[in-house]
Design a protein around this ligand. Structure first.
Ligand code: NAD
Ligand code: MG
Length: 413
């Protein structure tokens, strides 16, 4: 029985992880949960899973959570009353919880950084969904992994595909995961991208893109921030940096290919020119399950892939002019040090402003580029955690100021 803590349990990754725990009750038990603001769902999860500990990002909501648990009728009370914790310390305590074997990081954004580091420092294995953490703080997270021996198992579907392909090679040694040392025998990674919400839009129409347009993904059902990142292709740019830190390849050997059907989840090219791919329906449950069960595989009753039903698998090169965020991410990754943290924070802030309809879709790359340009002279090549947190805060503020200066009249749906 593997004990898991789920950070961000009320989100898309979190809820799917809990569904897996229910599908495999003799394999996984949930000992810790953390959430943002969705108390009704969190109470439901506490009742179903009876965790030992629960933390809320906003400590002020703890009293309300406690009252909601008290108000449950007797027959709905969880088997045990969980310890309730609040704030960042609470999230970190759940991440480092003694009885947890593995921590699923389903918090969105750099808010996941301190809890992720707490899990690493406590020697926990991680199912990494929260890519922003590794991107912003790779130079801090990688040495921490090395010190503690924690293993970073990729839950992102592309990186899971690569990880799964590598299991079939002589270099399956997971010690190579996230060490920053190039995985030997690996010549090139190809990350597949659905193309996001605007895949079939002419670039000229993006000037009319609304929040409703950008938050409807053709293939995957995910949280709002990552869905917008998919529409700008920043998600794929972030995944390029994520792949760099996980598998140690330089940026010239990590490519993006548009694959509208999202059936091939990514590909690896080996030194002998063989290309391996992992295929499946677009469903995050499989990559999450593989993190939970690795190195084993569990039998599932899920819909099996039928390529005759899919019919066609197609591929094309991404359009750099239509999707400037890709080039921004490659440039930030190549600059290294604090630049990916700045780019990530600028993106988080720009996307948040877009979702509030305070900037336009096309402002997102412009704002990110301006802020990365401003940071160039201050770049720190080997940042500490404090440096990463400082540039993260600075970049958010810089985006807010730059956005206010645009004084845009906004399009609404
Ligand atoms: P989501 O918005 O659906 O859920 C986010 C979770 O984090 C929620 O539980 C929310 O309460 C919590 N949260 C939000 N802000 C917080 C804060 N400041 N402090 C603490 N908790 C906070 O997001 P998601 O789609 O599940 O994505 C989660 C992470 O997984 C992201 O980093 C995303 O890039 C990554 N990811 C998601 C998918 C997917 O299919 N959803 C696929 C690959 C990677
Ligand atoms: Mg992905």
């Amino acid at each position: 029985m593997k004990a898991i803590s789920v950070l961000g349990s009320t989100g898309s990754i979190g809820t799917q992880t809990l569904e897996l725990a229910e599908e495999f009750p003799d394999r996984f038990k949930v000992v810790g949960l953390t959430a943002g603001r969705n108390l009704p769902l969190l109470v439901e999860q506490i009742v179903r899973h009876s965790p030992e500990v629960v933390a809320l990002a906003e400590g002020e909501l703890l009293a309300e959570l406690s009252a909601r648990l008290d108000a449950l009728p007797k027959e709905q009370q969880p088997l045990r009353r969980p310890e309730l914790l609040g704030g960042n310390e609470g999230l970190c305590a759940v991440a480092a919880w003694a009885s947890a074997d593995l921590v699923v990081t389903g918090i969105v954004g750099c808010a996941g950084l301190l809890p992720t580091l707490a899990a690493v420092e406590a020697g926990k294995d991680l199912a990494l969904a929260n890519k922003e953490t590794l991107i912003a703080a790779g130079p801090v997270v990688l040495p921490a992994l090395k010190r503690s021996g924690s293993r970073l198992l990729p839950a992102d579907s592309e990186h899971s595909a690569i990880f799964q392909c590598l299991q079939g090679t002589p270099w399956a040694d997971t010690a190579r995961l996230s060490t920053g040392v190039p995985t030997p025998g690996l010549r090139r990674l190809q990350l597949t991208a659905s193309g996001g919400a605007f895949r079939d839009w002419p670039a000229a129409d993006l000037a009319k893109a609304t929040v409703a347009d950008a938050t409807s993904h053709p293939n995957w059902s995910m949280g709002r921030k990552i869905t917008v990142d998919s529409a700008t292709l920043m998600n794929k740019g972030l995944e390029v940096i994520e792949a760099h830190y996980l598998f140690g390849l330089d940026f010239d050997h990590i490519e993006i290919v548009i694959h509208p059907q999202s059936i091939i989840h990514s590909m690896v090219e080996l030194v002998d020119s063989s290309v391996l791919a992992q295929l499946g329906w677009p469903d995050m449950k499989l990559p999450i399950l593989y993190c939970l069960s690795w190195p084993e595989r569990l039998e599932t009753p899920w819909r099996r892939l039928d390529l005759t039903e899919v019919g066609t698998l197609s591929f094309r090169a991404p359009d750099g002019a239509k999707y400037p965020c890709m080039a921004l991410a490659y440039a930030a990754g190549r600059a290294g040090g604090t630049m990916p943290a700045v780019m990530n924070a600028a993106n988080e802030q720009a996307v948040a402003l877009f979702l509030e309809e305070r900037v336009h879709f096309l402002d997102i790359p412009t704002l990110i580029e301006q802020v990365c340009d401003r940071h160039r002279a201050d770049l720190s090549a080997a940042p500490s955690l404090a440096d990463v947190l400082a540039v993260d805060a600075w970049a958010r503020q810089a985006v807010r100021e730059a956005a206010a200066a645009t004084g845009r009249t906004l399009l609404t749906a």
